[in-house]
Design a protein around this ligand. Structure first.
Ligand code: CA2
Length: 146
């Protein structure tokens, strides 16, 4: 049994409630429940955390160092494009992570084309809608068993 962590950044609590044309109509609660089930089917556990505050995300990631996690799946939302603090926190934990974006950030404004996490992530999944979370967890589980 391994333990995984799902982290979602600012405004993703609005998932399924606003801008469905970009982010779809599935709520964050539904995504989390489905991923918890997915982890359980493989005999693993998944903790979920969302915050609109950068410092809370950094603190949750720091806590991960003491939790013997097998992997982190993170949608940093807009902080991916701006936060060196999130990058530093993820690197400091030493836990492998997969970055996911619901929308295709490369088909959007140029300021979304770069993220501070991509080059240090185990992998990046973009543009598959909320299904990207499932793909990311699946990859994290597979990576952990290698
Ligand atoms: O596509 C993604 O997953 C993003 O990480 C979403 C971020 C955006 O800043 C990134 O460039 C790409 C925005 C999250 C906002 O989430 C909302 C969800 C539903 C309704 C309104 C906002």
């Amino acid at each position: 049994m391994a333990r995984f962590l799902l982290i979602n950044g600012p405004n993703l609590n609005l998932l399924g409630k606003r801008e469905p044309e970009i982010y779809g109509s599935t709520t964050l609660g539904e995504v989390e429940a489905s991923l918890i089930e997915q982890a359980a089917r493989h005999g693993h556990t998944l903790d979920c955390f969302q915050s609109n505050a950068e410092y809370e995300l950094v603190e949750r990631i720091q806590q991960a160092s003491e939790e013997r996690l097998a992997g982190i799946v993170i949608n940093p939302a807009a902080l991916g494009h701006s936060s060196i603090a999130l990058r530093d926190a993820l690197l400091a934990t030493g836990v492998p992570f997969i970055e996911i974006h619901i929308s295709n950030i490369f088909a959007r404004e140029t300021f979304r084309h770069h993220t501070y996490l991509s080059d240090v992530a185990s992998g990046v999944i973009v543009g598959f809608g909320v299904r990207g979370y499932e793909l990311a967890l699946s990859a994290a589980i597979e990576n952990a068993s290698q």
